[in-house]
Design a protein around this ligand. Structure first.
Ligand code: AMP
Length: 311
């Protein structure tokens, strides 16, 4: 299963992606996490992305596509993945369609997480990360337990910090960038019949439930952009067994009779026709009893004839 999660920063994509990971055993591919890892390791890309991320802007499409191309080719992503944070622009979305088409594995569903503007700001401004264990909390809605039992070994309290791009000024810019660059991508997926929208407000369990329903129906009705057909189970080339063929032919006859009745207004049930044909055949053929009776009569006449000739 290949799913794209979309939504404004703070809409809860990351949290829900984690739940899908546990359920479907496919990796979450978060481009934000990949870039943060590069930053942490001080790679060339990390250094380049640092200022862009801190300002709430977007890293260029070519770089992001290189990251995705490399990531989806890894062994753990072969049976599916959950994209979180990609695509964020129209060119990224189109490049993703081409990439998936080349690989023969189209995207099954795109889910949009919808959250009101006030709730978004509350979520982002309350978000804190633990520098020891990397867990993410929200000081308003999901504060860490104290003392902490799930932090790094030896630590009884989480060391929380606010991501630079979660600071108020940057959050505003990220929301603006989302509206300008990412929201238009939604109609691309909507036109392809892939987009499902879920309300991402309420208890996390309720949101997960809505997400699972959306993913289920979207995967079933998937029509990937770019014209590629979703994978179908291979059709058997063997001819159907005789009994199946007969059943199919009967169903076809019934269907034709129904259509006739609908278009002509006359009811000509096929079963009735068949019954009257059978009755006509019976009338034309002598019954078994009559045949026996007939046979009996001719045997008696033969005996009478042979008695006469003896006399
Ligand atoms: P996220 O954690 O998904 O909110 O991403 C954090 C930051 O990483 C974003 O604000 C962007 O600067 C950058 N980023 C993540 N994904 C993309 C992407 N698909 N295209 C461009 N920039 C991205």
């Amino acid at each position: 299963m290949r799913i794209v999660l979309m939504g404004a920063p703070g809409s809860g994509k990351g949290t829900q992606a984690q739940r899908l990971v546990t359920r479907f055993h496919i990796p979450q591919i978060s481009t934000g996490d990949i870039l943060r890892q590069h930053r942490k390791e001080g790679t060339e890309l990390g250094k380049r992305a640092d200022a862009i991320m801190a300002a709430g802007k977007l890293v260029d499409d070519a770089t992001m596509l290189d990251i995705i191309r490399d990531r989806v080719a890894r062994p753990d992503a072969q049976s599916g993945f959950i994209l979180d944070g990609f695509p964020r622009t129209q060119p990224q979305a189109e490049a993703l369609t081409t990439l998936m088409k080349d690989l023969g594995t189209p995207i099954d569903a795109v889910v949009l997480f919808e959250v009101g503007a006030d709730e978004l700001v509350r979520r982002i401004s309350g978000r804190r990360t633990c520098s020891l264990c990397n867990k993410v909390f929200n000081i308003f809605s999901a504060p860490p337990a104290s003392p902490a039992t799930d932090c790094a070994p030896g630590s009884s309290e989480h060391q929380l910090f606010q991501r630079k791009d979660d600071e108020e000024a940057t959050v505003k810019e990220r929301l603006r960038v989302y509206e300008e660059n990412t929201r238009p991508v939604l109609s691309y997926y909507s036109d392809a019949g892939l987009l499902r929208t879920v309300s991402a407000e309420g208890a996390p369990e309720q949101i997960t439930q809505r997400l699972l329903e959306a993913v289920g129906s979207a995967a079933a009705a998937a029509k990937p952009p770019g014209g590629a057909k979703p994978a179908q189970p291979a059709k058997s080339t063997r001819r159907a067994a005789p009994r199946k063929r007969a059943a199919r032919a009967a169903a076809k006859r019934r269907g034709a009779a129904k259509t006739r009745a609908r278009t002509t207004g006359r009811r000509t049930p096929i079963r009735k026709k068949a019954k009257s044909k059978a009755a006509a055949r019976r009338r034309a053929r002598p019954s078994a009893a009559a045949a026996r009776k007939g046979a009996g009569k001719s045997r008696a006449a033969q005996r009478r004839r042979s008695r006469k000739s003896k006399r």
